[in-house]
Design a binder for this molecule. Sequence first.
Ligand code: SF4
Ligand code: SF4
Length: 371
Amino acid sequence: MPSSRTLCILQPTPFCNINCDYCYLPHRSSSYKMDIDVFGKIAVELFSSKIVTAPIDFLWHLGEPLAVPISFYEKAFKIISQLGEGTGIEYSITFQTNAMLITQSWIDLFKKYKINIGVSIDGPAFIHDKKRVNKKNRGTHEQVMKGVGMLQEARIPFGVIMVVTKDSLDYPDLICDFFLENGINDIGFNIDEMDGDNLKSSFEKIEDEKFKFFIQQLLKRSVESNGKFKVREFWLNIRPFTAEVNEPVNVANRPFGIFNFDCYGNYSTFCPELITAKNEKYNNFVMGNVLTDKLDDILTNPIYLRVKREIEEGIEKCKNSCDYWSFCGGGCPSNKYFENGTFISTDTVACKYHKKMIVDALADHLEQQFS
Ligand code: SF4
Ligand code: SF4
């Protein structure tokens, strides 16, 4: 069944100006950039495909998007806007950035095209600078906050993604203080998980009680803020407590909820970590290339069919065995593959910490409220 909108993740370049300790992306030193003609083909395919459901959300990611010249995006956004007008299909455009390369010219571009912005910050400098380092292994917090300051001065709203590592767990209140004091009220967090090029996770060695306390404090601060301090993990997981959910929505493991395009025009569906992964067995998870294939050819692509079959078997196992099914819908396939060596599996470190313990904290909180 098609999802209600399509997330299209685009890699303008594999390059990143920094070198975070937990980054899962390979080829971060490659300065290759997507050719505008490749983007033109991607856009035409997306706006004409029978398997893409409008609206289309374009997300520039999988490398540092601001490492590509503004002139590329001016051309790309013109193509999107012409196709959008011609087809009547609605769309949005987002950059996920480390914010370090923001200049006034970028601010002007964000405003001109009403771009949504996501910024990666791991909290206060003493936490952020341990893992989010530049190529000389120096912390990047100061430069990130300079970019954040420019966004705020220009009144451009943005959300924040924080990566929680073992080092974050002792400081939930200082992390909340940092975000609130800096006017950042909309955060989501990922955990330092084993995926793609990141072959280790600091979560393999944490104490569960510490993580539990961390989550409880974040929840407490979010509740105390009366909705001002929004934490994605809580609002995303609250729904099954309030409404019956038979088939939970999980776009990462359903076909065509997400399309991923690398800078060479290779494409895949399912979670974005697959398109940048190296893997001989599955042809690097490439399910077609816009230079030689139509997007809808994915329906008969053998890699797609094999990955889909195996992901579905994994989802079925989850459905039959996991008490958290209605909150999760079967997890993230790349996470299962890179941790368990197969899509046909269930539990991962990420599902324990980024799903089950969060749902448990919400359940405890609701029980206290209503008892
Ligand atoms: S900013 Fe993002 S892409 Fe760059 S190294 Fe860090 S995690 Fe990787
Ligand atoms: S929490 Fe883990 S085991 Fe449960 S449904 Fe999600 S991925 Fe499967």
